[in-house]
Design a protein around this ligand. Sequence first.
Ligand code: AGP
Length: 608
Amino acid sequence: MCGIVGFTGNRNASSVLLDGLKKLEYRGYDSAGIAVSGEQGIQMDKTCGAINKLVEKTNDGATLEGKAGIGHTRWATHGAPTDENAHPHLNKDESFAIVHNGIIENYSQLREELREFGYEFQSETDTEVIVHLLDHYYTGDFRIAVMKTIARLEGSYALGVLCAEHPGEIYAVRENAPLILGVGVEENYFASDVTALVANTKNVIYLEDGQFAHITADDISVFNAVGSQVEANITRIAWDIEAAEKGGYDHFMLKEIIEQPNAIKATIEPRIQNDEIVLDDLAFGANELKKINKIVITACGSAYYAGCQGKYIIEELCKIPVEMDLASELRYRNPLIDENTLLIAVSQSGETADTIAAMKECKARGATVLSIVNVVGSTIAKLSDYVIYTWAGPEIAVATTKGYTTQVATIDLLAVYMAKQLETISDERYVELIHSIRQMPALVQRSIDLNTNIHEVAKQYAQKDSIFFIGRYSDYAVSLEGSLKLKEISYIHSEAYPAGELKHGTIALIEDERLVIALACHERLFDKMMSNIKEVKARGACVLGVALEDNREIFKEADHVIAVPNIDPLFVPIAEIIPLQLFSYYVALENGCDIDKPKNLAKSVTVE
Ligand code: AGP
């Protein structure tokens, strides 16, 4: 996701825009730019890198003269973070400038159409098609040009538009991407969220999808998709600036947990087109896959645990053996990897040193490398033969949540895609699996909604000094991630074990009041899990059961039960991890921990 801002009033726009962009930096920070309109037409400056680089480059905005303007801070999705790909984008004669947050899904078709009209493109972005459409449709009426342009767009877009022949005027457009208008005194604004407005005004207008607004220093007019003016209701923001940055949540981690349905939607929806899985420009199909006799998944931490659940689904659907290999181990072994190996590297940051080193080791041995990454243009992305981006948007909290679940969703998409290519699943099963994947955002939301009492449960266990997680099959993979979440933000010792391993030693540690969190969401293994629960209960443990929402049996043994929505067994992890994230969050909250920045940790471990 990116951040956009706009301003029009009776003072120089650029410093207001830069201040607004600084407040949106958490939404994306790989490049930034501003454009203003005034007597000298449109002036623009943009740069790769953080917003402070733009501040320096424009001498805090002093180099640009104009009382209306738009600004953008980028989280790259299409095209690496470069000066050319940064927003704003201008048309050839610099009569229009636009900033965009979202994804134009039909940009390839529009690009070809515009090329036939003689338009040339300066960037790799999907966004640039918009400014050339405005040029194409403009015959003197700013609003008509905007309406004709947005009628051609498919996908998600929050837009800010300047026109040189209309200095002081801005159009703001909202479709499937947040956009809020700010109402000032002889000046008005727009922004991706209140963070960038609340320093100037607390009076805002929430644009709705399909609406657009015409903004001048003295007036804001809102229109629906057919150009009819509609009521613009002003809301007063109760938040202060600090709270606003976190969208009203106390911590970025909680905000990012709650954001997961939308993050997962952004990951999967553009990749299911006409009931087919389309993995971007992944030119890796049946011919390449049929040469693969082994898949190795390598990563670190939570990314590794996302890979662990992937082992089950890939082997189940694609009938190719999958080895899990911690990057910090793989790089120092003499791995049996060759040109028939597909290496899947998983990483949120795309900069983890151990993962990079492991990839280089495997490339040198002839492996094909596919990476699943959240940062466009990152080192891991550049090292890979193929990349699938998770499009989770920037993740600020050190402990990953939406980074992990969008990795899981991407691996699930990849597994079904590969099985289709390999013809190891029937057409009917393919349709079923796509339907289940489409349900993921709603089921993750249901997983949040089913567990509104999780804070109360966490309070009861927040003082434990050691907590065990147990599970079987992919429940075990989820228990690894659940245990790590708890450790890294609450500092409580925790271990995850395959439930069948308990009797081989660990059960010696079970004593009165020891908390065991038993993940039992696979019905075919439920009886086995109930036996494990009885084993630990018999030795005094208290048990927090995690089971599908219509499971009543678990209540016979568990002291508390966490419900997970009913979901295809292959996709249990993406819904099951949600309450465990919330449990860890509230345990850490009860213990007064620094949740977003836990001690000793870094968001990206770029050293060995
Ligand atoms: C996740 O909560 C941790 N912060 C950590 O385990 C992380 O997943 C690991 O360092 C890998 O990072 P990456 O995904 O950026 O490669």
